[in-house]
Design a binder for this molecule. Structure first.
Ligand code: CU
Length: 117
C-alpha cells in the first residue's frame, strides 16, 4: 500500500495478482494510514472476506478459486483498489455492477480487462 505509485496517488502495488488456490498474500502498509479489505459483492460465494486494521500488516490465505476485489477502506473514494484472481476462474458479471465510488470504477474496469486476457 503506497501513497503514490506508478499509477498515481493511493495505490496497491501490484494491483493485480494471479495466484493458486491455497496461496497466501501479505498486504504491507509501506506508507501509513492504509488497510486492505474485501469489497462487498466481490468475493467468491461463501467467502466471508476480511478487513485489516489501518497500518497493520495482514497475511491471509486464498483458498477458494475466484476473484477477490480488495480496497483500502479510507481511500476507496480515491480509487485505491486491487484485484486478485485465484485459480481458474471466470469473472462474474455481477462484479461489474457493484456499487462503488466514482474513482474506484475505472480502476476496477481496467483490472477486469487485464484479468480476462
Ligand atoms: Cu489507503
Amino acid at each position: 500500500m503506497l501513497n503514490r505509485g506508478e499509477k498515481g496517488p493511493m495505490v496497491f502495488e501490484p494491483d493485480f495478482l494471479e495466484i493458486t488456490a491455497g496461496d497466501r498474500v501479505r498486504f504491507v502498509p509501506t506508507h501509513k494510514s492504509h488497510n486492505a479489505a474485501t469489497v462487498e459483492g466481490m468475493v467468491p460465494e461463501g467467502v466471508e472476506g476480511f478487513k485489516s486494521r489501518i497500518n497493520d500488516e495482514l497475511e491471509t490465505g486464498f483458498d477458494k478459486p475466484g476473484f477477490y476485489g480488495i480496497k483500502c477502506s479510507p481511500h476507496y473514494g480515491m480509487g485505491m483498489v486491487m484485484l486478485i484472481k485465484v485459480g481458474d476462474a471466470t469473472l462474474p458479471q455481477s462484479y461489474r455492477t457493484v456499487d462503488m465510488p466514482a474513482r474506484a470504477k475505472p480502476r476496477f474496469e481496467e483490472l477486469f480487462e487485464r484479468a480476462e486476457k
